[in-house]
Structures are given as C-alpha cells and as structure tokens.
Design a protein around this ligand. Structure first.
Ligand code: EPZ
Length: 438
C-alpha cells in the first residue's frame, strides 16, 4: 500500500539540517572501487536508495560491500569480482542509471559488461550515445541484445582522443573510469568539470591514476597497469544544500545547512542573493534565510558547471512564484524538466511554458518543440492540493510549495524522494514542518 505524506502548510521552516555525501558522486565512487586490486573505504556516505541499488549491483558482481554500523562508512573489496547474468543485473538495477558506469571497470576486471534498459528521472530522453561512442573508441565491441546492450573488450582497451558534443557528466565519468587502466593516453575534450567529477578524479588519483585537468575542459589520462584501493571522504551534496536553501526562501524560513560548502555553490549563492534571499557562511556550513521584505523577479538560465545547475531550478521555481514581478527560467540541460509546474499551477501559481529559448543563450532545444522555458508571474497565493511526486527534484519542489501554501496537501509516490534525500521526514519535522506519513 503506497504511503501518503499529508502536509499542513503555512509554517516557516526553521532549524538545522545535516547534509552528507553527494548522491551524484557516492555511487560513482563505489563503482571506482571495482578498478582497485585492494579494498577501498568511502566515508560520508548518505543513507539513500541509490546507494542501496549500487551496493546490490556490486555484490552481484562479487564485490564485498561492508557498512560500518556507526559511521555508515563503506568498505568495498573487489577481490572476488565475477560476471553476472543480464537477468540478475536488470532485476537489481531498478530505476538507476548506474549500470552504464560499470562498463569500464567490468571490462578491465572481467572483460565484459551488460547494460539493461536504463531508468532515472523522466526529465528528458536521456540517451547514452556519447557513452557508447566513447566505449567503441576505446576498442570495445557494443552489441544490442534482448533487454539491453552487451559490451566486451576481448582485445583490451586502448587510450584514445575524444571530444564530447556536450559536456555530459555521465559520459565524462565513463571515459575516466575506462581510460585510467586503458593502454596508453586518452585526451577528452569538452569534458564536464562539475565538483563531483573533480572529486571522482581525486579518488582515482588516490588509487594510482595519472589524470590532468586543463582549464579549457580538456582532461588527459595516462593509463596504468594496476590501481590500489582508496580511502576518501565524499564531498557534500550541493544539490541537497541548494534544495533546503530554496525551502527556506519559499517558506519565509531560516535553515542552517551543516556540511554545505560555499565553493560548490558559487553561482547558486549569487542567484539566491539577487532574488533577495540571504546567507551566512561559516566553517561548518551555510545559514540560508528569508530576510523579510519582497523577493525580486529574475532571469535564470541553467547550464553546466560553473553555471547555474539544472538540479537547482525546480526547487528555486517555488521561491520565484513569490517574487514581485515576472521571472524567466531557461532550462538548457534537459529538454523536458518543467512537467512539475502543473501541480504548482493547480496550487495557484502563474507559470507559462514556452518552446523558445527565453534567455541570452540559445540552447540545443531551441526551435525543437520542447517546452524548456518558463515565465513565472508573482507573487501568487498558494493553496494545498493533492499531487503525485513526478521525479526527485520536482518532488522536493512540490513539497516546498505545499509547505508554503495555505491549507492541506497530500503527496503520493513519496518513495522517489528517498533516492536522493537522506532522512527526509526527520529533517522536515526537525525544521518544524507539520507533516504526517500514513
Ligand atoms: C548527472 O546526470 C546527474 N545524475 C543529474 O542529476 C544532473 O542533472 C546531470 O548530471 C547534469 O548535471 C547523476 O549524477 C546520477 P549528463 P547525467 O550526461 O550524467 C545529454 C539529479 O536530480 N546526453 O550530463 O545523466 C542528456 O540527455 C540528477 O540529481 C546525451 O545527449 O547527465 C542531457 O540533455 C538528474 N547523450 C545532457 O546531455 C549522452 O550519451 C546532460 O546529461 C549523455 C548525455
């Protein structure tokens, strides 16, 4: 029986939340452990669904994953790595996109890999063409089979020169996890340089990899014969930090995000201040609060790092429904990331979607029939409605809106939230939210 979250809105969120390791780094760090010839230790690991899914996928492939009952630190021992059947991989992968990143490490350990049809948030088509092109260039053989794709490298993998059509995070991770033990040098142009990518590079370097990041999105990797284990503390989850910051603004609240790091949030903090939010940085975290007074309308364009991140736009849109005037959000990373606005409009927000690139930067989706720009007119009085959680960030934004709204809302499909937000209910109640799960 699906659980329903009942939210009584109208109370500002106040208090402290503790943010741990990044959902968009920790699973990739766990996969990297497969490349080592000794055990690895990963610290600052959040209790989220994605970690459980990767734990079961790695266990399926013979990796021993042990969790410290107190700290939650993971020890990953790849010495028993083995093949797994397509059917088993499919059963364990669930809704995760991680299986695609197992390719490089599995080909280096057991010479083959299988990718089931992938899941992940429904925020766009999310093709994997960049990944498959890259693997072919390393010399892998890619075959379409029932229920997925089989990849093999009987003759081994060799370094190569690649240029990504778009600085994809996943494709850059794919190249890193494959090139570190490939024969020779790999040069990747137009690479992603998100903080999570740099943290993965730090992990691989601890294992013995030779990687150089040049300023103009060029990453150079010299393949090595063997890698050892790592001991690493995962960087904090900047997306969770930004989500709670938006919650503080939309509910006129005051939230101290312990663990948030200013360096990873520079463009977010600039935008936050421009809207009229305020923040205070100290050594252990960042306090985000609504200083009172009016919020300003703004033009926000999402982009790859160091631009304004796409995972920040959905929670921030709720705050923009409270701004005095017309705001524009141009989503340039995913072609279909405004589906969540339907429920906000039912709550009383004024949001119109457009196919044009309503921003300074024309993007890949212009003139292509995608509703990827939003015009938000505020301030709007929000009222409670019932809704189904559409995806991770869209779901968080719906819950913020329900907390900022007058009256009662009922949210179903709440499980998605635990894919990326640790101890969500405890945190909401700790911030004074009037919520019940039944
Ligand atoms: C990662 O997804 C994150 N997920 C996403 O966070 C994040 O939004 C995204 O990077 C961008 O920062 C994880 O790390 C698990 P991409 P990823 O490859 O790697 C296109 C969240 O809410 N593309 O950088 O899948 C693609 O369709 C999630 O935490 C191709 O066309 O993103 C998209 O338009 C959502 N072909 C763009 O590139 C490819 O082969 C960016 O995708 C690969 C990507």
């Amino acid at each position: 029986m699906q659980k329903v979250l009942t939210i009584q809105g109208g109370k500002p969120l106040k208090g402290t939340v503790h943010v741990r390791g990044a959902k968009n780094l920790v699973p990739k760090a766990m996969v990297a452990a497969l490349l080592g010839d000794g055990p690895s230790v990963l610290r600052n690991v959040p209790e989220i669904k994605d970690v459980e899914v990767v734990t079961s996928l790695l266990t399926l492939h013979g990796v021993q994953v042990t969790k410290d009952p107190v700290s939650g630190d993971l020890t990953l021992d790849p010495s028993g790595a083995k093949t797994a059947s397509a059917r088993e991989i499919d059963a364990h992968a669930g809704d995760s996109r991680i299986p695609i990143l197992l390719c490089g490490p599995l080909m280096h350990t057991i010479g083959e890999a299988f990718i089931p049809d992938l899941g992940g948030c429904r925020i766009g088509d999310r093709p994997i063409d960049f990944h498959l092109d890259a693997l072919r260039q390393f010399g892998a053989v890619v075959d379409k089979v029932d229920g997925g794709i089989s990849i093999s490298a009987r003759k081994g993998l060799r370094g190569t020169k690649l240029e990504l059509e778009y600085p994809s995070v996943g494709a850059t991770e794919q190249v890193l996890l494959t090139a570190v033990k490939a024969d020779g040098i790999t040069e990747l142009k137009n690479a992603a340089v998100e903080p999570e990518i740099l943290d993965l590079i730090a992990i691989l370097q601890k294992m013995g990899a030779l990687i150089t990041v040049q300023t103009d999105r060029v990453i150079r990797i010299e393949g090595v014969k063997r890698l050892g284990g790592f001991n690493h503390r995962a960087l904090p989850d900047r997306n969770e930090g930004a989500s709670w910051a938006s919650a503080a603004l939309a509910t006129k609240g005051d939230i101290y995000v312990q663990g948030a790091d200013q360096q990873d949030l520079t463009s977010f903090l600039n935008t936050y201040r421009k809207i009229g939010g305020d923040f205070e940085v100290d050594d252990d975290g960042i306090r985000f609060f609504h200083p009172g007074g009016k919020l300003n309308p703004l033009v926000v364009e999402t982009d790859v790092h160091p631009g304004f991140m796409t995972d920040w736009q959905q929670p921030l849109v709720v705050a923009l429904t409270q701004s005095e005037g017309v705001s524009i959000v141009h989503e340039t990373v995913y072609e279909n990331r405004f589906g969540f606005t339907d429920a906000l409009v039912r709550m009383g927000a004024t949001i119109q979607l457009h196919r044009e690139c309503l921003g300074a930067v024309p993007c890949r989706f212009g003139q292509r029939n995608f509703l990827h720009s939003a015009v938000i007119t505020g301030p709007s009085k929000l009222h409670g409605v019932d809704f189904v959680i559409p995806d991770l960030r869209g779901g968080f934004s719906h819950i913020i809106a329900a907390l900022a709204a007058e009256g009662v809302s009922n949210a179903s499909g709440i499980d998605i939230i635990s894919r990326g937000y640790e101890h969500f209910m405890d945190k909401l109640q700790g911030l004074g939210a009037d919520v019940t799960l039944s």
